[in-house]
Design a protein around this ligand. Sequence first.
Ligand code: ADP
Ligand code: MG
Length: 147
Amino acid sequence: MMVELPDLAAMTAFGTKIADLLQPGDVVALHGGLGAGKTTLARAIIAALGHEGDVPSPSFTIIETYDPPAVRLPLVHADFYRLEHPDEAEEIGLDHYRIDAALLAEWPDHAGGFAHEPACLTIALEISGDGRKAIVEPGADWQSRIP
Ligand code: ADP
Ligand code: MG
């Protein structure tokens, strides 16, 4: 499905909808080039899950984690852009972080991709006029959840 996101308010509303459906074990795979809005959407999801205050971009740290009670469920926000090989995702302990968390992944292809996982919600963001649009492909686990 395609979702028009003409401004930041639309991005916030979209992030809130995703946050309301998010469960441990899920992946939200955020595709799109530099400036497409991946971090903006991740920030909207993290805020809707309860986090107050800044959400640093993980572009340098690669992984930022958020834990209850500040958020409704454990969360990993990752930006895999700087990985040179998918194996590096394991070297930084991705599987460990994911044990009981949901994963918001920017540049998911740099970590090998997650679309084969039934719990993956694939979102491809692109610039559309002054705003953005998203092509959304829900994995099997998401299909029954989407209202
Ligand atoms: P990415 O993480 O994909 O590189 P960012 O989330 O950092 O991109 O967003 C880049 C810029 O795009 C930011 O200045 C942000 O405010 C703007 N932006 C994000 N989403 C939208 C939108 N739906 N409409 C207009 N501007 C947006
Ligand atoms: Mg980003």
